[in-house]
Design a protein around this ligand. Structure first.
Ligand SMILES: *[C@@H]1O[C@H](CO)[C@@H](O)[C@H](O)[C@H]1NC(C)=O
Ligand SMILES: *[C@@H]1O[C@H](CO)[C@@H](O)[C@H](O)[C@H]1NC(C)=O
Length: 240
């Protein structure tokens, strides 16, 4: 599987492809201007499968076996930068140790279910990218704008691990309907159009939440001694 070759081969029909694909800069394909894929899909917070998030992904190519995506929350306007997702091939995933794998989610169901979409792309192009590029991939996603702080003015707290759905009846149907209305798509029809995509077996270790693992992040405060904040409180600014 070669992300770069496949996506470049399809580039003539990817109308929104930025000119930077042709960039000669040594850091070409890095940064938002190098976006080659725009995806919408669903995440949920690890440990809270009912904390549903509709996530827009803007992905760039790192290597033939890896994409990286900036993830935006579609429930906010302007859309909050929710986090990041790294996407790797099956071969790459198989090189990871078992504990690392537990942080990753498979994409096979997201694709066969029609949950993962590429808004605006011709369906034939979408189908090829889903079948030949994404169906066998794995994602690791951390959201920096926490679900439980989505209505806060600022991104309070520490990042959280999120996962992907792996079967029917895990997501609120209405949540999918709202997404469909937002993008003018029909997930049922997309799902039907993908029935010819053979679902690869999920490599052991991914989707750990299905097996009862509950993995969340914590801040480790290793402070043993500190002069901050000043003992006399906030009224005296420090050093100014
Ligand atoms: C979506 O497509 C399915 C299958 O064609 C159809 O039954 C359903 O009514 C459609 N939904 C909407 C909201 O158009
Ligand atoms: C870390 O621990 C120090 C010392 O107990 C405390 O003063 C500080 O507020 C803690 N910081 C956080 C972010 O928990």
């Amino acid at each position: 599987m070669h992300f770069r070759q496949l996506i470049l081969a399809l580039s003539s029909v990817l109308a929104f492809l930025p000119q930077s694909l042709l960039a000669s800069l040594p850091f070409g394909h890095y940064g938002a201007e190098g976006t080659v894929l725009f995806l919408n899909g669903f995440h949920f917070v690890s440990g809270h499968s009912d904390w549903e998030i509709s996530a827009n992904h803007y992905c760039v190519i790192i290597r033939d076996d890896m994409l990286q995506c900036a993830v935006y929350n579609t429930a906010t306007a302007p859309a909050h930068l929710a986090g990041i997702e790294y996407i790797i091939t099956t071969d790459a995933f198989e090189t990871l140790d078992y504990e690392e794998r537990q942080l990753w989610h498979s994409h096979v169901y997201e694709i066969t279910s029609g949950f993962l979409i590429e808004p605006g792309l011709p369906s034939s192009v979408d189908h090829t990218i889903m079948k030949d590029v994404l169906v066998g991939t794995y994602g690791k996603t951390f959201h920096t704008w926490r679900y439980d702080q989505q209505n806060s003015a600022y991104p309070i707290g520490i990042p959280e691990l999120v996962m992907g759905y792996t079967g029917d009846d895990q997501i609120t149907p209405d949540f999918v309907t709202k997404r469909d209305e937002l993008f003018g798509v029909n997930t049922t029809e997309i799902r039907e159009s993908r029935t010819d995509i053979p679902p690869p077996a999920v490599v052991a270790g991914a989707d750990s939440w299905k097996y009862g693992y509950v993995l969340t992040l914590g801040l480790v405060n290793k402070t043993s001694d500190t002069n901050f904040p000043p003992n006399d409180g906030c009224s005296n600014a420090v050093g100014v």
